[in-house]
Design a protein around this ligand. Structure first.
Ligand SMILES: O=c1ccn([C@@H]2O[C@H](COP(=O)(O)O)[C@@H](O)[C@H]2O)c(=O)[nH]1
Ligand SMILES: O=P(O)(O)OP(=O)(O)O
Ligand SMILES: [Mg+2]
Length: 210
C-alpha cells in the first residue's frame, strides 16, 4: 500500500479549524469539502487519461481526457458524504456509488446497512471517501467490496488517520493495488476507538447530531 500524508500549510491550517470543538457544523462542512478537493489533487495523480484532439480558437492541438471506464467515487455514509461534493468538483465525470456503514460503539466492528455499487467493477479505478481511518475496519471492508467486484485499483482519501488504522488497512489489502491519501497522521486511538487528537465523530460534527 502506498501512503501519502499531506504536507502543506493550507491543509494543516484547515485541519486545525476542523478539529476545533468550537467550529460549528456549517463551517465544518465547508472545510471538509475544501480539504477533500486539496487532497483529491494528490489522490488523482494516477487517474487514467487518454489523448484527445481538440480545436482551440487558434489551432488544432492534443490534450487528454479521463479514460473510460470512468472512475468510481464511493463515499462511506454517513461521514463520507461530507466529502463527496469536494471530490466531484474536481472529477465531475466520475460515477458515484454508495456504501452505508456504521461502527458498533462497543465492539468497533463495522456493519454494512446500504450498498449501491455497480455489479461489475472490472478495470475500474475507485476512490473511497471516509474522513476518519480509526481501527481501519470500515475502510478495509469497503475496499474489500470493491476488489471482490473486480476493481483494478483503489485510492482511499481520509482527512485523519491513526497509525493503528494504517497498519490494519495495510494488512487487509496486502497484494492489492491500494493508495491511501491522508490529510494528517494522528498519534493513536483512545480506548473508545476515537482518533487522538482527532476531531471527534465526523458524522456527528458534519450533521449536528452531537
Ligand atoms: O475518531 C473517530 C473515529 C472513527 N469515526 C467514525 O468511524 C468510522 C471509522 O472507524 P474504523 O474504526 O476505522 O472502522 C469512520 O467512518 C467515522 O465515521 C469518527 O468519526 N471519529
Ligand atoms: O462510522 P460511524 O459509526 O461513526 O457512522 P456515521 O458515519 O454514520 O457517523
Ligand atoms: Mg459517526
Amino acid at each position: 500500500m502506498r501512503v501519502h500524508v499531506a504536507d502543506h500549510p493550507l491543509i494543516t491550517h484547515k485541519l486545525t479549524v476542523l478539529r476545533d470543538i468550537n467550529t460549528p457544523s456549517p463551517t465544518f462542512r465547508s472545510l471538509a469539502e475544501e480539504l477533500v478537493t486539496l487532497l483529491a489533487y494528490e489522490a488523482t495523480r494516477n487517474v487514467r487519461v487518454e489523448p484527445v484532439t481538440i480545436q482551440t480558437p487558434v489551432a488544432e492541438t492534443t490534450g487528454v481526457a479521463i479514460s473510460d471506464p470512468r472512475p468510481l467515487v464511493v463515499p462511506i455514509l454517513r461521514a463520507g458524504l461530507g466529502m463527496l461534493e469536494g471530490m466531484t468538483k474536481l472529477v465531475p465525470s466520475a460515477e458515484v456509488g454508495f456504501l452505508g456503514m456504521v461502527r458498533n460503539e462497543e465492539t468497533l466492528e463495522p456493519t454494512t446497512y446500504a450498498e449501491r455499487l455497480p455489479d461489475d467493477l472490472s478495470d475500474r479505478q475507485c476512490f473511497v471517501l471516509d474522513p476518519m481511518l480509526a481501527t481501519g475496519g470500515s475502510l478495509s471492508a469497503a475496499i474489500g467490496f470493491l476488489f471482490d467486484r473486480g476493481a483494478q485499483d483503489v485510492t482511499a482519501i481520509c482527512l485523519l488517520g491513526a497509525p493503528e488504522g494504517v497498519a490494519a488497512l495495510e494488512k487487509a489489502t496486502e497484494g492489492r493495488d491500494v493508495t491511501l491519501v491522508l490529510g494528517a497522521l494522528d498519534e493513536r486511538l483512545n480506548e473508545k476507538g476515537y482518533i487522538v487528537p482527532g476531531l471527534g465523530d465526523a458524522g456527528d460534527r458534519l450533521y449536528g447530531t452531537v
